[in-house]
Design a protein around this ligand. Structure first.
Ligand code: ADP
Ligand code: MG
Length: 407
């Protein structure tokens, strides 16, 4: 993946990367300076739980992400560590594990295994060993896709250090398969696309049915993205997420019988759902209802964005949250309070939970200049209700995964 054009990293980012290089030496010992990579997280503004239903989504990469420091070794060992747990995991590149090893390392290991499979098809073996250290400034397990960030970032880093010459879309697909097949999350395509195909100052329009993408400019002079982390751990997130994927597949299996030509839940007309609802499990009908309305709302939000109408975009976000709460059942009281509180802030256009839900973060669309006022209101309401302060931050866009060389 080429370095994004015309992007200059801030002095603060260069300092962070230099500090990460220092931690790398503390972890792996002295020697040649490591190469440094940054891979952003993402926030999704429109299209909640649509990617695995073939619908459209509108995420953007954010200026928080995964830091990766890496250096070649003279043997065939891959020694990976994370600043978050300090344990070094050692993998022999000639004896890659067939099953998951421990929690976090499965993500980068899945990428290595997918790359090995990809190269095997062309008769190429994995090149030599590496020392790697991960870190970052992105909240982990909070719905901002640290998992896709580490997977895409690892694919970009390996492509570069191993001189594989793979293109952007190959790397995105390798990252997606790593999370889906090795880690075992039944995730849709949105996260690795949002990160790997990012363009600063734009929302990505990704149609998950045919995988086409467009870039929609976001007016950064008028609009700000505020992300509030509830700090609620998404304990059942992986199993509940997989359950939603399964419920949607079941709903589609029923509804497709009355919808000739439909290939995913996104294709089901509302009147088909209404005529079949009486004979369906009400939970499955609710999941389908969310998806069908969310597809329509996402197309509407796109029109409002292009027409420069943030009030109506915000209205779509509020409706999405309500639908995710009542029909899709992936919200929690902390997320609901933050969305409700944003509704009382004159500077906030709208808010919704972002990511899969079950805790994690809300995203609030805010009038540029009003961020502090909205932040103070959200903090006060949340603290009054739950007795602790949520983390509220303004996120700017990001041009995507890249190598960063500190000055
Ligand atoms: P999200 O993608 O919303 O952040 P997930 O549960 O999908 O949440 O993925 C979080 C997991 O990704 C973490 O539990 C950890 O295993 C892994 N991970 C992400 N970033 C890092 C990192 N920098 N170091 C170690 N593990 C990481
Ligand atoms: Mg994830």
């Amino acid at each position: 993946m080429e370095t994004p054009d015309r992007h200059t990293d801030s002095p603060a980012r260069l300092e962070q990367m230099a500090a990460h290089a220092t931690r790398f030496v503390e972890c792996h010992g002295p020697g040649q300076a490591p190469r440094l990579f940054f891979s952003p997280g993402r926030v999704n503004l429109f299209g909640g739980h649509l990617d695995y239903n073939g619908g459209p989504v509108m995420p953007t990469a954010i200026d928080r992400g995964t830091f990766i420091a890496s250096r070649s070794r003279s043997d065939r060992l891959l020694r990976m560590a994370s600043a978050f747990d300090h344990q070094v995991v050692e993998i022999d590149l000639d004896q890659l594990p067939a099953a998951r090893v421990s929690k976090w390392v499965d993500y980068p290991l899945g990428v290595v295994i997918e790359l090995a499979t990809h190269l095997e098809d062309s008769g190429v073996a994995l090149p030599g060993g590496l020392d790697v250290l991960y870190g970052g400034d992105l909240p982990i397990g909070s719905g901002l896709s640290s998992s896709a960030s580490i997977c895409v970032g690892t694919a970009v880093m390996l492509n570069s250090l191993w001189g594989l010459g793979l293109g952007k879309m190959d790397l995105v697909r390798v990252a997606l398969r790593a999370e889906r097949q090795f880690v075992g999350v039944h995730c849709g395509i949105m996260d690795p696309y949002a990160i790997g195909c990012a363009r600063a100052g734009h929302l990505l329009w990704l149609d998950c049915k045919d995988e086409t993408i467009e870039y929609l400019p976001m007016d950064g002079d008028r609009l700000s993205i505020l992300v509030t982390n509830t700090g609620v751990q998404r304990a059942l997130a992986a199993s509940e997420f997989n359950r939603r994927v399964d419920e949607c597949a079941q709903a589609f299996d029923i509804l497709r019988l009355a919808s000739p030509g439909a290939v995913c839940l996104r294709d089901i007309p509302l009147d088909v759902l209404e005529s079949e609802r009486g004979s369906m499990d009400p939970v499955l009908a609710n999941r389908a209802e969310h998806v069908i309305h969310e597809v329509r709302r996402t197309f509407e939000a796109r029109e409002h964005l292009l027409a420069g109408n943030p009030e109506l975009m915000g209205e779509c976000m509020n409706q999405t949250h309500e639908s995710l709460r009542s029909l899709y059942e992936v919200s929690c009281p902390e997320l609901d309070l933050l969305v409700e509180a944003a509704g009382h802030c004159p500077g906030a256009f709208g808010a919704r939970l972002t990511g899969a839900g079950f805790g994690g973060c809300t995203v609030t669309l805010v009038r540029r200049g009003d961020e502090h006022e909205v932040q103070a209101s959200l903090e006060a309401r949340f603290e009054g209700e739950f007795g602790r302060c949520p983390q509220v931050e303004v996120y700017e866009g990001d041009p995507g995964p890249r190598e960063i060389t500190p000055a």
